[in-house]
Design a protein around this ligand. Structure first.
Ligand SMILES: Nc1ncnc2c1ncn2[C@@H]1O[C@H](COP(=O)(O)OP(=O)(O)O)[C@@H](O)[C@H]1O
Ligand SMILES: [Mg+2]
Length: 315
């Protein structure tokens, strides 16, 4: 497929197709760099979806961090709204875990999570042009929405269901985000704040360290019940992890958000302090993967990933 978009981008191939959107790899002909084009599926007409996509574009124009894809342009293509952002060459943590089929070393997991916490902190403290806090919460932090680059840095993507808590859009009975990574208050449809994102990072962290799924069960209903019960086994039951790190994970995963860290930045600081207890000279799985393994597959058979946001059957 080849088509000029916004006169600046040349579509190369599809990257992913979700419940609401489609994502394509493109060339930015202005800069010669790779870009990602995201648009709503042409069969999605729900007003909520259109509004959410506009909100996502608004957020991308406002949040600047080296570990969040950079807004490049937005416009229309064949009557569809489209946003272009910088491309992260690498793979999502979901794909990485699916390929490795083993837990990550505490060192690797810890530094990936510090990256995500820093990116989130930047999003949480984003402001309007007048300097007013946006009150942004991502609400969908999960291994699918964290892309690991070839240097082993983690990038936070997909502000598709993020919310400005000044105008919270919580509708009783409506869950947005992936159930298996939701904080109990989000799964109960209470108004969320930044601490729900911290909890989601806690779930991802727990899973990277143990190589297991924390709340995910055979059905969304059961997963949801597990989230509400919020029983979190100690990481040390499944992996050798310094107690100081295990304590940080448990605090991020406290069912009561008032007992979590006040901010993602505080959680990142606590992790950095705990890093002193990591074994010296540990070889990380990411470092041992060669470049070809970390590069996304290019075979035409697997270039389109079909992602169902709620049915996260695999990683
Ligand atoms: N900037 C990016 N760089 C690299 N891959 C990306 C980027 N944006 C999206 N992707 C890939 O496309 C997938 C879907 O994108 P996402 O923004 O999460 O859409 P959706 O809202 O449909 O979940 C991601 O899981 C990731 O694999
Ligand atoms: Mg996504």
């Amino acid at each position: 497929m080849s088509a000029a978009i916004l006169d600046r981008f040349k579509m190369l191939r599809p990257l992913a197709k979700g419940g609401m959107g489609e994502v394509f790899l493109a060339d930015d002909e202005d800069t010669g760099e790779r870009a990602v084009l995201k648009m709503l599926r042409d069969d999605v007409e729900a007003r909520g979806a259109v509004d959410r996509f506009e909100h996502e574009i608004h957020v991308l124009r406002r949040v600047f961090h080296p570990l969040i894809p950079r807004w490049l342009a937005d416009g229309e293509w064949q009557g569809r709204r489209v946003v272009a952002v910088s491309h992260v060459e690498g793979m999502s943590l979901a794909e990485l875990m699916g390929r490795l089929k083993q837990r990550l070393s505490a060192t690797t997991a810890l530094f990936l999570m510090i990256d995500v916490l820093h990116a989130l902190q930047k999003a949480h403290s984003a402001t309007t042009d007048d300097g007013l806090a946006l009150g942004l919460v991502h609400r969908d932090v999960s291994p699918h929405n964290i892309v690991c680059d070839q240097r082993g840095r983690a990038h936070l993507i997909d502000f598709g269901v993020s919310v400005d808590i000044r105008f919270t859009d919580v509708t009783p009975g409506t869950l947005v985000g992936k159930v298996a990574y939701m904080a109990p208050e989000q799964a109960s449809c209470f108004a969320v704040d930044a601490r729900a994102d911290q909890f989601a990072v806690g779930v991802v962290f727990w899973e990277l360290l143990t190589g297991r799924r924390l709340f995910r069960a055979e059905s969304d209903q059961r997963t949801w019940k597990n989230v509400l019960a919020c029983i979190v086994p100690e990481v040390s039951q499944f992996a050798e992890v310094p107690a100081s790190i295990s304590r940080v994970v448990s605090r991020m995963l406290d069912a009561n958000r008032t007992r979590r860290f006040a901010t993602c930045s505080d959680a990142a600081d606590a992790l950095l302090s705990a890093a002193i207890d990591l074994p010296m000279g540990e070889v990380t799985p990411i470092a041992t993967l060669n470049e070809a393994q970390l590069r996304p597959p290019v075979s035409p058979r697997v270039t389109t990933l079909v992602l169902d946001p709620l049915a996260d059957a695999a990683w």
